[in-house]
Write a protein that binds this ligand. Structure first.
Ligand code: FMN
Length: 320
């Protein structure tokens, strides 16, 4: 069984395999999620590329977006065969593109279809199937609405719900605004855990500090963090120790960069663009003396270096 006390949220255009590799240099135990991958992309696109990950990324969940039970089950099987540890279904994304495809958060209004999707996926894979959702959509934002959604979907074979503790407003707000404007309601998520004690309930939304995360674990089974992990990755260095009770690690920013540099060299040999690797480490020195200089050195180095990463050695020397 996966230990989901702490996980790093799926984020489109952010949690690609390079970012996940970088995360693993900071925390061994956190559950990592891919970006949302649509069934259409997996079935008609370059599935090998979409599914690719590095063996050190486990425990690793794939997040699928879609609304066709058969397609989802097919994609879930592909992911299981590739070695993923969990299938997560996206019932939280409010983007126009996703709404037009009638999946993501708009499916909250169709709990029977979500249940059908979960049941079909569960029948086709042995790994756990989880759902990431919100506390409501538009005027469907009562506790009863959320409770009925969770009840119906949990009866179809899902025992783990990741709940972003704010509702989505489908018209008039951009995805970014939908991550900031609707107010957070943690109590709503805690109540779900109290009413469904047999379910694993993971809370998400707005956490930036370890002490908040620890405090949440008194109410729910786990905490998922998105933006703070991206913007201030070094905060994760305490997670293994303080959340998973693994006292082993002694990680410094410098040691992380040195290991990531070796990974970068490997990836560049395989044709990956330097920019796509370096963008994930921009926040590593956040809040530290010299962090501005570090960011400046990175951004100057990218256009000049054309994939020669010797500059990173100089940055490591000058910053540490
Ligand atoms: C750039 C970005 C992309 C995101 N993409 C996804 C996604 O693909 N799937 C998903 O379920 N949520 C996505 N989210 C939402 C996050 O998973 C998370 O629910 C949200 O950011 C709230 O958590 P936080 O306050 O810890 O960031 C995205 C968030 C951001 C900032």
């Amino acid at each position: 069984m996966l230990d989901r006390r702490f996980s790093i949220a799926p984020m489109m255009d952010h949690t690609d395999k390079h970012f996940r590799y970088f995360m693993r240099l900071l925390t061994k135990h956190s559950v990592l999620y891919t970006e949302m991958i649509t069934t259409g992309a997996l079935i008609h696109g370059n599935s090998k590329q979409f599914l690719d990950f590095n063996p050190n990324e486990h425990p690793l969940a794939i997040q699928l977006g879609g609304n066709n039970p058969n397609d989802l089950a097919h994609c879930a099987r592909m992911a299981e065969n590739e070695g993923y540890d969990e299938i997560n279904l996206n019932i939280g994304c409010p983007s126009d593109r996703v709404q037009n495809g009638k999946f993501g958060v708009s499916l909250m209004a169709n709990k029977n279809l979500v249940a059908e999707c979960v049941s079909k996926i569960s029948a086709n894979v042995k790994i756990p199937v989880t759902v990431k959702t919100r506390i409501g959509i538009d005027d469907n934002d009562s506790y009863e609405f959320l409770m009925e959604f969770i009840e119906t979907v949990s009866n179809s074979g899902c025992d783990t719900f990741i709940i972003h503790a704010r509702k989505a407003i489908l018209e008039g707000l951009s995805p970014k605004e939908n991550r900031n404007i609707p107010p957070l309601n943690y109590e709503r998520v805690h109540k779900i855990k109290r009413n469904f004690p047999r379910l694993n309930v993971i809370i998400n939304g707005g956490f930036t500090e370890i002490k908040q995360i620890k405090a949440q674990l008194a109410h729910v089974d786990g905490v998922m963090v998105g933006r703070a992990a991206y913007q201030n990755p070094f905060m994760l260095v305490e997670i293994d120790n303080l959340i998973f009770n693994d006292m082993e690690s002694s990680i410094t920013r410098r040691s992380v960069l040195e290991k990531y540099k070796i990974y970068m060299e490997e990836q560049i040999k395989h044709g990956v663009n330097l920019k796509n690797l370096i963008r994930h480490v921009v926040g590593l020195y956040k809040g530290q003396p010299g962090s501005r200089k570090y960011r400046q050195m990175l951004s100057c180095a990218i256009p000049e270096n054309k994939n020669n990463i010797q500059f990173l050695e100089e940055i490591i020397e000058s910053i540490s």
